[in-house]
Design a protein around this ligand. Structure first.
Ligand code: RRO
Length: 305
């Protein structure tokens, strides 16, 4: 009998619709294995650029009573070093490996994507939505012309699926999604973190060294759901939901809003890698109870009139 949770996402075969979100434990083949053992259907790496980057000085993460705010500042070893991790991961992983890519120009995005795919990446996820690093991330994702140029260039460079991770920090995520899909994106991830900050009343100063960061965790869930619902009404490509998912019920809500798959990040810190199995078990039981044969049948179901 066909597994209810198998999906084909823009050509990628996943045993279940859960994925590791970019930036969480995203550097080494070993940690990817732990996440796959925990039940993830695919892995997305930390964002990788042309050159190594140290990231910001500590403190880079602050816990609030509604989620985490991070300003890591894109720490990564650069693609020349990271190709070793991609090769190693591909040798052991039995799930698709998606390499998250950032750049400071159209050419940089294309170059990193090309090198990642050349050593085995099954797809790339373009980070055009980091809320707090200058001249990349959301500075690209908030400008539909530049964003479209990046997507067109990467699409013409690699022959693997190109996923684009969108920002919630825009007036209309659906408008940006439409421009991205017109430029050739095969799938969208919605959404990256929400631009935020924290202030210490004792020192009377911002807590993060970078002052501003990205809020993740349960507070983001209703925002992400709204973005996905809007995007689903506009575009036909698969949407990967991301933002505050901590339970199978959250995952089901994202699918009903229009996501074909979901990513988990912050909740791994509190619930551990087995959160993926807990989500897939819960989803499977939900589908069975409601009489659905495939998880695809509930994608966008909340849009019915
Ligand atoms: O590295 C970061 O500080 C970071 C990135 Br690239 C991102 O896309 N989103 C985020 O919240 N932090």
């Amino acid at each position: 009998m066909k597994n209810r949770l198998n999906i084909n996402l823009a050509g990628l075969e996943l045993g279940n619709p859960t994925m590791l979100a970019s930036g969480i434990l995203g550097h080494s083949a070993e940690t990817f294995e732990t996440i796959v053992e925990g039940g993830a259907g695919a892995i997305v790496t930390k964002s990788i650029g042309v050159k190594p980057r140290k990231g910001y000085a500590n403190p880079t993460v602050v816990q609030t009573n509604c989620g985490l705010i991070n300003a890591m500042g894109l720490p990564n070893p650069g693609i020349a070093e990271f190709v070793k991790e991609i090769r190693e991961a591909k040798a052991v992983l039995k799930v698709p490996l998606i390499v998250s890519v950032y750049g400071y120009s159209v050419e940089e995005y294309a170059s990193v994507a090309e090198r990642a795919v050349a050593v085995g990446a099954d797809a790339v996820e373009l980070n055009v939505s980091c809320p707090h690093v200058k001249e990349t991330g959301s500075e690209i994702g908030q400008n539909p012309q530049v964003l479209a140029e990046v997507v067109r260039k990467v699409k013409s460079t690699v022959k693997k699926p190109v996923i684009v991770k969108l920002s919630p920090n825009v007036t209309s995520t659906a408008d940006v999604a439409e421009a991205t899909v017109k430029a050739g994106a095969d799938a969208l991830t919605a959404v990256n973190t929400v631009k935020a900050m924290a202030i210490d009343s004792e020192t009377a100063l911002p807590i993060l060294t970078n002052k501003f960061g990205g809020l993740s965790g349960p507070a983001v869930k209703p925002i992400a759901l709204r973005c996905i619902y809007d995007i689903y009404e506009r575009v036909k490509v698969p949407i990967i939901g991301c933002g505050g998912i901590t339970s199978w019920q959250d995952a089901a809500e994202f699918l009903l809003a229009g996501a074909s798959a979901i990513q988990v990040g912050t909740a791994i810190a509190t619930k551990g890698p087995s959160i993926f199995k807990n989500i897939t078990r819960g989803l499977n039981a939900y589908l069975e109870k409601k009489g659905f044969e495939s998880v695809n049948e509930i994608v966008g179901l909340s849009h019915r009139k």
